[in-house]
Ligand binder design. Structure first.
Ligand SMILES: Cc1cc2nc3c(=O)[nH]c(=O)nc-3n(C[C@H](O)[C@H](O)[C@H](O)COP(=O)(O)OP(=O)(O)OC[C@H]3O[C@@H](n4cnc5c(N)ncnc54)[C@H](O)[C@@H]3O)c2cc1C
Length: 260
């Protein structure tokens, strides 16, 4: 069984800024493995716990600097890694990012399950997992909070809904995105850290993926026109005391603010 785990290198969002032209700058920010992708790796490892001969390959689209993040993902556990890197892949919209990832999944050829985090902390669009499944024409199970059963051919998973969850079963190949409820990521072991240093990272560029001029920032359907940063958060009010007094204070505050 072959599992591909999609991970993204993201800036520490507390260290980003908006420059004078209204564009987001992360040049001076420390970059990390998208925290939600630790759960994607954890999910892959939970499947491997049940199917020990499962192989896990980490995949990311990003700059050459992504190696550190790939090795950080591998330190949790993993057998291989692929970096999708090309100047043409810079500043793509989600449609083209997911297209590049889909071409890589097709080139890899043998994936049974692709696992994504549910969102990346920088752009936070949540669009990549469903778009990737759509480009591949694969079934998708999003917002998975628990994989109930997995065999060599199919997966049964709890997909989170507003009211609880749906139990969904899919044959392979399938794409899933996972949320934090799948369980806290295990800590990297010493063996995992040693292994992470040794794994050979394959690098595929635009040509290797059989892509042409259709993939370029200027071909993106969506362009980020301007960012705005909230300068100040809204001050909250804390009401203290016994419940009846707190309710009284709360109602008075609503009246004072002309909400009631
Ligand atoms: C603030 C901001 C807003 C943006 N808004 C839009 C928009 O509305 N529409 C649009 O088309 N583009 C938008 N972009 C561009 C968008 O950031 C990129 O297309 C980005 O590569 C993917 O989007 P995401 O980070 O939102 O991923 P998400 O969809 O939030 O990520 C979900 C999961 O997909 C996987 N994944 C995401 N990116 C990668 C990657 N590079 N390699 C491997 N796996 C990955 C990870 O498993 C991740 O957990 C925006 C960019 C910024 C900075």
């Amino acid at each position: 069984m072959e599992i591909l785990v999609c991970v993204k290198r993201v800036p520490n969002t507390g260290q980003t800024s908006v420059d004078s032209s209204g564009q987001l700058s992360s040049a001076n920010a420390q970059h990390i493995l998208n925290p939600y992708d630790e759960y994607a790796v954890e999910q892959a490892l939970q499947i491997k716990d049940q199917i020990p001969d499962a192989k896990i390959t980490i995949i990311t689209m990003g700059s050459a600097d992504s190696e550190e993040v790939i090795r950080s993902a591998l330190s949790f556990g993993g057998d291989g890694a692929i970096l999708l890197s090309d100047p043409a892949f810079e500043n793509l919209d989600t449609f083209h990012t997911s297209l590049v990832l889909a071409k890589a999944v097709e080139k890899f050829g043998k994936a049974d399950v692709v696992i994504c985090g549910n969102k990346a902390i920088d752009a936070d669009t949540w669009q990549i997992p469903p778009q990737l499944a759509a480009h591949l024409n694969w079934p998708q199970i999003l917002f998975v909070k628990k994989v109930e059963a997995v065999s060599g051919e199919s997966i049964k998973a709890q997909r989170t809904t507003d009211d609880g969850y749906d139990l969904v079963e899919s044959q392979f190949p399938v794409l899933i995105s996972v949320i934090k409820e799948i369980g806290e990521p295990r800590l990297p072991s010493l063996k995992g850290k040693m292994n992470a240093k040794k794994v050979q990272i394959e690098t595929w560029d635009k040509a290797a993926l059989g892509l042409g001029d259709e993939v370029a920032a200027e071909k993106s359907f969506v362009k980020m026109a301007k960012y705005d940063k909230l300068e100040k958060s809204i001050d909250g009010k804390v009401f203290e005391g016994e419940a009846p007094q707190v309710v009284e204070q709360f109602l008075k505050a609503l009246e004072d603010d002309k909400v009631l």
